[in-house]
Design a protein around this ligand. Structure first.
Ligand SMILES: [Zn+2]
Length: 244
């Protein structure tokens, strides 16, 4: 699969480390935050954003504050992720309900999802952005394509760090369902590539440019949390997008 270059940004205001595509889109900012530059102790070290995994709430609060600083003091809009294909249209920051994708056409705040192996997908249209949390269920139901179809103008997609075929063996039944839906190329034996399935879904939805950063959360424990590799006692990475 074709991948695009990316760059790790460390030591910027606030200190939270993130990865961004190179070049970044002209009309939006994208931050795929790593696990580096935060306050959480092992096994949540160190930029964990979830209070639901057993980490100290105070550390999470400090981590979120650092992340906000890196994002130019933007507030965030977030959803209660339920591993489905629900898309929530938001008008401002704050809790936006249940779903696995956010869409907004307003400036001044960021759309965020929390990730540990599932794939964050940032979509950039004309004056509109979306952030998608695409686990296997959401990917199979085509959540990224669904989000893209609801956006105005030409849409560009950025597939962020998630678990890839090298680290994601699934049941034979699930592998067959994916091959049946997206074509044989998304699986190799029982190894499933969620990013490849997402790329095909986005292409079907008419997205012209699909940029895959090529990063695997399972292969890079130095940069990302991985539920598959580290078990339930691990953190969550934040992925964010905002109009400039
Ligand atoms: Zn891997």
């Amino acid at each position: 699969m074709q991948t695009v270059p990316w760059e790790e940004h460390t030591g910027e205001a606030g200190g939270a480390s993130y990865i961004a595509p190179v070049p970044e889109p002209e009309v939006a900012r994208i931050w795929f935050f790593t696990r580096k530059g935060g306050f959480s102790e092992p096994p949540y070290d160190s930029l964990n954003v979830s209070t639901l995994v057993g980490d100290e709430p105070e550390a999470v609060t400090r981590n979120l504050s650092r992340i906000k600083t890196v994002m130019g003091e933007r507030l965030s809009a977030w959803v209660r992720q339920v591993a489905g294909d629900g898309i929530v249209r938001v008008k401002g920051p704050g809790f936006a309900g249940e779903g696995d994708a956010l869409v907004a056409g307003e400036r001044g705040f960021a759309l965020v999802v929390a990730i540990a192996d599932c794939v964050p997908v940032a979509l950039v249209g004309e004056g509109i952005v979306s952030m998608v949390h695409s686990g296997w269920r959401g990917t199979l139901s085509g959540i990224s394509g669904k989000a893209a179809r609801g956006m105005d103008g030409e849409v560009c997609a950025y597939i962020g760090p998630g678990i890839r075929g090298c680290c994601y063996e699934v049941s034979e039944e699930l592998a067959e369902r994916f091959a049946g839906r997206f074509g044989a190329g998304v699986v190799s034996g029982r190894d499933l590539s969620l990013p490849e399935a997402i790329r095909r879904d986005l292409k079907e939805a008419g997205v012209g440019e699909v940029h895959d950063l090529g990063l695997c959360t399972g292969c890079r424990p130095d940069l990302f949390y991985s539920h598959r590799k580290e078990g339930p006692k691990t953190g969550r990475n934040l992925a964010a997008v905002a109009l400039r």
